[in-house]
Design a protein around this ligand. Structure first.
Ligand code: 13P
Length: 308
């Protein structure tokens, strides 16, 4: 059942759990997330990174939307980390439920301007916008403590940023990194508390880089208001590792058994995350069919694009 990202995140927040947003690249990724979500009666977000969007285009978006719609649990489709107004426009026209307008590479003022413009645009489609201040790095290696802190979200700036941009969700940088944690992950929860105080109660808080985060850090983050976790690395690694296994490549006469094996491997990771995020068995709390909320403009654009 295709549902709005807002409904997913607000319901999760109210009931103190979080929604997993899983980066998918193809049919196998989509099947892994949908099957995990249905097996666990969990809501979930199918998340497309701009590089996958560039590669997969509207067929990939259509696949995600159709799969989310056909799923027996609430799901939405989200554009991850987009620095491009054109890609955001494309995603919105294609009917995606939410976008991340990522201006975190820009100076603060530029980030604010880009995010404000993208938020105005997305709100015309009824879509949720996520933005980022501070900068989530790929790795912390080689950075001094001061350098790491400089990349973290400043609570005072966060308050001003959400007030001016009117963004719905904020991805915070509190020690989380994309990719593998090279040292034991540590999150700055005092900073998270201050961010919440500054941004107010209505803003949805998001944590990227959830691969490798232990249960204790995840549950504390949820307790402090995080309602969306982004997961890519662990699922992608399960895919790639399984592809290299002998039993995956042994039968070269048919690809389907290999595809099923990679789906199983990814599904196991996704299910583990749903347990950790507390979203397992919560599908019944989410009840809003998204079809009722599509704007006319979005419906028209979507039917044009679906005919690829
Ligand atoms: P990981 O690759 O660390 O799981 O992070 C994913 C992410 O944050 C995508 O935006």
């Amino acid at each position: 059942m295709l549902t709005s990202t807002r409904e997913l995140l607000e319901t999760a927040r109210r009931n103190i759990y979080a929604i997993g947003a899983f980066n998918i690249y193809n049919l196998e990724g989509v099947r892994a997330v949908v099957q995990a979500a249905e097996a666990y009666q969990s809501p979930a977000i199918l998340q497309i990174h701009p590089s996958s969007l560039k590669y997969g285009g509207s067929p990939l978006v259509s696949l995600c939307l159709e799969a989310a719609n056909a799923a027996k649990v609430p799901m939405s489709v989200h554009l991850d980390h987009s620095t491009s107004a054109a890609a955001i426009q494309f995603a919105l026209d294609a009917g995606m439920n939410s976008v991340m307008a990522d201006g975190s590479h820009l100076p603060y003022d530029g980030n604010m301007q880009f995010t404000r413009q993208m938020t105005e645009l997305a709100h015309r489609y009824g879509a949720v916008v996520e933005a980022e201040i501070g900068r989530i790095s790929g790795t912390e290696d080689g950075l001094s403590v001061a350098e790491k802190e400089a990349k973290m979200t400043d609570p005072i700036q966060a308050g001003e940023f959400v007030r001016i941009t009117k963004v719905d969700a904020l991805a915070v940088t509190i020690g989380n990194v994309h990719g593998e944690y090279k040292t034991e992950p540590r999150l700055d929860f005092d900073r998270l508390i201050k961010i919440r105080q500054r941004v107010g109660e209505d803003v949805l808080l998001v944590l990227h880089g959830a691969s490798g985060l232990p249960a204790t850090l995840i549950s504390k983050s949820i307790e402090l208001g995080v309602c969306k976790f982004n997961v890519n690395t662990e699922v992608r690694q399960a895919y790639m590792k399984t592809l290299r296994l002998e039993d995956c490549v042994a039968d070269q006469s048919d690809l389907v058994p290999c595809m099923e094996t990679v789906v199983e491997a990814m599904q196991a990771i996704v299910m583990e995350k749903m347990q950790l995020f507390g979203s397992a068995r919560q599908a019944h709390l989410h009840q809003t069919p998204y079809a009722q909320m599509l704007t006319d403009r979005q419906s028209q654009q979507r039917s044009k694009l679906i005919g690829f």
